[in-house]
Design a protein around this ligand. Sequence first.
Ligand code: M6R
Length: 613
Amino acid sequence: MCGIVGYTGKTPAINLIIDGLKRLEYRGYDSAGIAIPIQKSEKLFVEKRAGKLQILSNSLTNVPKSNAGIGHTRWATHGGPTDLNAHPHLDESGKLAVIHNGIIENYLEIRRQLESAGHKYLSETDTESVAHLLADAYKRNGSDLSAAMREVCQQLRGSFTLLAIHSDHPDLIVGARRNSPLVVGVGNGENFLASDVSAFISHTKKALELGQDQVVSITPEKISVTDLKGLAVKPKDFEISWDAKAAERGGFTHFMLKEIYEQPKAIADTLLISKSISESMNKAKQNSGLNLNIDLSEIKKIVFIACGTAYHAGLVGKYVIEAWTKISVDVELASEYRYREPAISKSTLIVPISQSGETMDTLMAMRYAQKNGAKILSICNTNGSTIPRESDAVIYTAAGPEIAVASTKAFVTQLIAIYLLGIHFAKLHNSLTQKEIDQILSELDALPAKVEQVLETVEPLREMTRKFKDAASMLFIGRGVGFPTVLEGALKLKELAYMHAEGFAGGELKHGPIALIENGTPVVALLPSEESVINEKMLSNIQEVKARGANVIIISDHEVKNFDLQIRIPTCSELLQPILAVIPLQVIAYEMAVARGNDVDQPRNLAKSVTVE
Ligand code: M6R
């Protein structure tokens, strides 16, 4: 949600800023704007437009030459997506500009005070108040923009990443963050600020993490970070492992399709990383306590907290970890968790799962649990993001940058991290024999090749999907780990095809949902392997919908006769099957979105990184 870029350096800023904003487009937005200081000029050059970045780019004529500037893509919260509400917002003098991600919760109170003091507003946004506050603070602080930012941040409630520039200091950008992401890209004679590293990975791999309530100021040669009192802080540096190419479409029509096809590699890479973490946990346990600050042997209960697709990964995790370890596992929607009174104790391990590491619901739920004594081990794909930074321990997934809003490779890598966590607990609790563990590990190693096999056989599914393009609704059924897998299939379809879709546990159909079935209703049914105790039950559930006129598409590893279409996936143990079974579901959603003419990579109303609650 909202993309933020700041650049100060040795080359003209405008192209760098637009390019950075393009790389952040995936976060979701509905307007865009830029502000650049002009040497020896009182005013800033500002352009902002509702709609896609291309509209802004087209309007950028006669841009003055400047080696610094800020750019923003806005996802509307306060006030619709109009030119006036787009960022940057200026103070009345036109010398100071601000861009913002997040929500200023006390903006109305501030606005009332400022308006009664004579400030004139041009927009309906919460952000404009920050521009006026900063302008006043700038005067009070002897034209020190960093000091002004520190003062203003203390007055704000809510979440924010803020960048500000002032025409008095044409090569200076000042930023601040609270509960919202901001990273510094460290270059040679040039520096960057951005919502995430994708904005600048083609220029530098060196980055700095900023902590909560910190203020950063950058010039081409200098970066300084302080807390809100003005005390110097040494930020943590890190090396970005993603390469710029990974964030490009590379010949595919959409990022989502590219990311679907990247899954074999993402799984293999995550297996490598997660295994090495798991090994280091084992070693540390033998020597002393864990080097990751958590003694997992004390854990009596695991709680996954997550949203959307990551929540579905957690649901699979419940089946897996309870089966392998008999440790009780709960899975919680992060947005619900802290608003009830959950049972948390020191022996509870909270496992937030997040691709972006910035999802506000997940972050807040995690902080709530931490405050109540739980230990946090997060599963995250984004180095330098807030959730891993605030966790006691992290398992990083190695999906690489996921640009399409719809999560695909992040999901399968989250599952891999969960499987390895399950194995780790099984070792600690001696709940699986070494032979069983070896068997699971070798099956995990075989998954990348099996996913490739699935990807080679999805063509008929693409054709079939196009036939259902005008269907009013599509239903998905599964049992066991197949149930969370079909929930994920239904979410994908809603998100991309803007079509009613629901996932059900096969056994639940007769308790209500079967009333939805009418002649021609497409139903995707996921079957476990033939030996599974739930295979026959699923076959009966399929007969029930077939008898009522459903068009049934079966996904299974064995031959099933008399159905409209069957997609065969390779055989694997039941608990690992979601990794293979989710691929055809992703393809259905992708193909349906294309067939219905939708924006595949940036579906309407959605943002990749949901940084508001
Ligand atoms: O970045 P996160 O994994 O925390 O995001 C959580 C959800 O917002 C995300 O999985 C969302 O449901 C996806 N767009 C679904 O494809």
